[in-house]
Design a protein around this ligand. Structure first.
Ligand code: PBG
Length: 330
């Protein structure tokens, strides 16, 4: 077929700039939108009263006592945030991390208080031992090794005590093999079959957790987490982690960190029809905060662009320290 004019497949008939001309046109054809309803706000709870202890320069990374935590959660909820992710800093630590499953432990008390104060807020609890062990590892340590199977029972007990306190969702982040199955069985055995598990299935041994470890007091006292967290170069292995966690009963998957692992988010999205969470971690937050503090970039634009990218890659839910800011910005 021959025509005097091009048929519309190339320039000058085709001009992609037409839909970019005005803000309204751009908005009309926008493919990805951030929504406050998709965000989870991480919160750190510590002992005491009236305590509010921020990490310098990182406004949203703050240790708070239960009373202040409740104020913060109430404010976040009023802004439209539907879910928080809780991390505990216990009074004292021991070799086993017994503070993790103590019914009067810091997270358990926080959950009960939040439940009373902001009833509709979705309470997700991080299940791990690293904040509670004296050595700072995520499982039981014997002869300098992190022993997998001995850790499972402790993690399962922690999950059950969170559910008993009133947690809506359990999020294990320890990366022991078999922990999702152990937690599912324990929850079901105690009548918590309704409580979903969001598994940190693909959690990498990343350099981007620095500020978190400072806020949570959870840096390992020896060695590192490479014998249990994923090796950063691997994506096929991450898919196996996801597959196994789903087989063990995970209801949703978490990829972490987010920005350096968008290919992993996209791969998980393509492969698994469950909600995909991505954790925009403390180091990702810190990078933009410090650059913005120097006037090198605009925090709002850079943060929204980053979070949109995480969504575009395929995340349904984003865990982010910018949750409250986004609620105000949108
Ligand atoms: C603990 C845990 C970590 C984070 C969430 N849960 C740190 C780690 O594995 O060392 C990091 C979150 C962040 O950096 O924002 N298992």
């Amino acid at each position: 077929m021959s025509t005097d004019r091009p048929t519309g497949s190339t320039f000058p008939v085709t001009r992609l700039r037409r839909f970019r001309r005005t803000a309204a046109l751009r908005e009309l054809v926008r493919e990805t939108r951030l929504d406050v309803a998709d965000l989870v706000y991480p919160l750190f709870v510590c002992p005491g009263e009236g305590v509010e202890n921020p990490l310098e320069g990182l406004d949203a990374i703050v240790q708070r006592s239960v009373d202040r935590l409740c104020d913060e959660a109430e404010e976040a909820h009023a802004l439209g945030i539907r879910a928080v992710l809780l991390f505990g800093i216990p009074e004292s630590k021991d070799e086993e991390g017994s503070g993790a499953w103590d019914d009067e432990g810091i997270v358990q008390r926080a959950v009960r208080a939040l439940r009373g104060r902001v009833p509709d807020l979705v309470l997700v609890t991080d299940v791990c031992l690293c904040e509670y062990t004296s050595h700072g590892h995520c499982g039981v340590v014997e002869h300098g090794e992190i022993v997998n199977d001995l850790s499972l029972d402790l993690l399962a007990r922690t999950a059950v005590s969170h559910a008993e306190a009133g947690a809506d969702v359990i999020a294990p982040s320890d990366m022991m093999d078999g922990r999702v199955g152990a937690i599912r069985a324990a929850l079901d055995g105690d009548g918590f079959e309704r409580v979903p598990i969001v598994s940190y299935a693909a959690k990498y041994a990343s350099a981007f957790y620095g500020p978190f470890r400072e806020a949570a007091g959870s840096a390992p006292s020896f060695g590192d987490r490479r014998s249990y967290q994923l090796d950063p170069p691997n994506v096929r292995e991450a898919m196996r982690e996801c597959e196994l966690d789903l087989a063990e009963g995970a209801d949703a998957l978490m990829i972490k960190p987010a920005l350096p692992y968008l290919d992993v988010v996209a791969a998980a999205r393509a492969r698994f029809d469950v909600p995909i969470f991505a954790y925009n971690v403390s180091g990702e937050y810190a990078m933009l905060k410090i650059a913005a503090a120097h006037g090198w970039l605009e925090e709002r634009r850079a943060a929204l662009e980053s979070l949109t990218a995480i969504k575009r890659a395929g995340a349904d839910v984003i865990v982010t320290y910018w949750a409250k800011d986004v609620a105000r910005w949108l």
